[in-house]
Write a protein that binds this ligand. Structure first.
Ligand SMILES: NC(=O)c1ccc[n+]([C@@H]2O[C@H](COP(=O)([O-])OP(=O)(O)OC[C@H]3O[C@@H](n4cnc5c(N)ncnc54)[C@H](O)[C@@H]3O)[C@@H](O)[C@H]2O)c1
Length: 461
């Protein structure tokens, strides 16, 4: 069991060696080699995200899609059609995962993209059957479900990667390793900020064609009250954690990964301002407090399903020397350098791993680590007198390089390379649990209108 203090100590110790929460080598489950280059894969859940993952997997050599499972005949047929079009063979298809696991021999891996409340039972069953698992985030709709996944991974000795795909995104890894940790271009990070803002239109109920309705006995067997709930499982408390886990899971994970720590408390508020009939809040705002190896950090996260203003989804790390705003959408990425360097605070806590920045910003630009943006336009000041309380506008920089692959592909590549014994997972279930655990307490804080100060047990497996 790793408690929060051990975890902080480990990540602090690891930081100097380039090991922080989420990088390979720390707490990763051992990888298991495959006897041949071909990997036999089962697809579990072929809805929207299952199909997105399949599009990425098509680009990864050596995968053989042996069998598919989905309770909805409509998506099951789509899965069979996708595999047949790619591999000219017809995979066996199943409504029930237990039948698939009982009948299919020689499987190496399962890729799970079912609704959140099915992740834990599906992952545990697959691991127990000797398969390596790639399972979508959020690990589960309950923290105990997530704990069971970590335990099953460690008991089985198999691999279990959780679908926090930014962990394998080269732009994110470069930003953390080279800019934030290596060259410390933000200076001391004091605040972090992230959001996922989505317009009402993108947050509507998902409709379905009457002729595709699933029989009630099948819906009931798999935990759905009716077809509306089956299509819109994200809005129901027994099936999902709502927007804060569905969308927030991606970005609160980046807080924890980039800060190399887990929060010590959360204080959240939420409400049903527009979607008044939904079980889950349509708007949530959460404040996390961290003690990081570099000092205190406060992080603010908001998920709004009633507006897309504010640039959609991104994470921002604000330090004394500069700010990095990063997103899977590279158009949203921005890097600012403070116009005047921050004098060192003589009372600041000493970071035992601190090393002086080896490169100036100009050098980073010359070496291709950063691009330079056009200088900001500055409004003329009255009478030429500058107000000393107003900060000078920061210089603008950009991150080089676009990800020239679908966003999920590097994370899947990392998974299959690990199954082949050629890499280590970038986000195994234990890492994902450490990072996701605080998220399970956001809704309870908002519902009770109370801050929650975490105990080590709350954040431990
Ligand atoms: N990483 C990302 O960026 C990302 C993006 C979107 C969704 N997701 C995750 O992917 C998962 C699926 O989301 P989605 O949008 O595809 O949902 P969806 O409702 O479109 O698809 C779910 C699929 O699972 C099937 N299913 C439901 N219960 C099943 C069961 N017991 N056995 C087998 N199949 C079952 C459904 O029939 C459906 O085809 C969720 O966990 C979600 O959080 C991740």
């Amino acid at each position: 069991m790793i408690n929060r203090r051990d975890f902080l100590a480990k990540t602090a110790a690891g930081a100097g060696a380039g090991l922080v929460l989420g990088t390979p080598g720390l707490l990763s489950a051992a990888s298991t080699g495959s006897p041949s280059n071909k990997l036999n894969v089962a697809l579990i859940g072929h809805g929207k995200q299952g199909q997105v993952l399949f599009e990425s997997m098509k680009n990864i050599p050596g995968l053989h899609f042996q069998a598919v499972c989905d309770i909805w005949e409509y998506n099951r047929k789509i899965a069979v059609g996708h595999v047949r079009a790619l591999q000219k063979h017809t995979p066996k298809d199943y409504e029930n995962i237990e039948d698939l696991l009982a009948n299919e021999k020689g499987l190496d891996a399962a890729v799970i993209a079912t609704p959140d409340f099915w992740h834990s039972p599906h992952t545990v069953k697959c691991l127990e059957a000797g398969l390596n698992v790639y399972c979508e985030k959020m690990m589960s709709n309950t923290i105990d479900g997530a704990r069971a996944m970590v335990k099953a991974m460690e008991k089985s000795g198999k691999l279990c990667q959780i679908g926090h795909q930014r962990r394998s995104n080269p732009r994110y890894r470069f930003t953390l390793d080279q800019l934030i940790n290596g060259n410390k271009i933000c200076g001391q990070i004091v605040n972090a900020n992230a959001q996922w803002n989505r317009a009402v239109k993108s947050s509507q109920n998902i409709a379905y064609a009457e002729k595709l309705t699933i029989k009630q006995d099948i819906l009931t067997k798999y935990g759905f009250k009716d077809m509306h709930q089956f299509m819109n499982w994200r809005f129901f408390r027994d099936l999902s954690g709502g927007a804060i886990s569905d969308l927030g899971a991606h970005q609160i994970d980046i807080f924890n990964w980039f800060l190399g720590a887990v929060p010590k408390s959360v204080y959240a508020t939420g409400g049903n301002s527009y979607f008044t009939q939904r079980e889950h809040f349509d708007n949530v705002m959460a404040l996390f407090d961290y003690d990081t190896p570099q000092g205190q950090v406060r992080a603010f996260y908001q998920v709004l399903t009633t507006t897309s203003s504010g640039g959609g989804y991104w994470e921002s790390f604000m330090g004394t020397e500069g700010t990095i705003k990063i997103s899977e959408n590279s158009a949203t990425t921005e890097i600012f350098k403070e116009a005047s360097p921050a004098p060192k605070d003589p009372n600041a806590p000493k970071d035992p791993n601190e090393k002086a920045s080896s490169l100036s910003w100009d050098n980073l630009v010359q070496r291709g680590f950063l691009g330079r943006k056009a200088a900001p336009v500055v409004a003329p000041v009255a009478g030429g007198v500058t107000d000393s309380r107003v900060s000078a506008p920061p210089e603008g920089f950009s991150l080089p390089g676009e990800l020239n692959k679908p966003p999920h592909q590097p994370h899947l590549e990392n998974f299959f390379a690990s199954v082949r014994g050629e890499a280590k997972l970038n986000c195994d279930a234990r890492h994902a649990f450490l990072s996701e655990a605080p998220i399970y307490f956001v809704n309870p804080s908002a519902l009770s209108k109370q801050p929650i100060v975490f105990t080590p047990e709350q954040l431990s497996v």
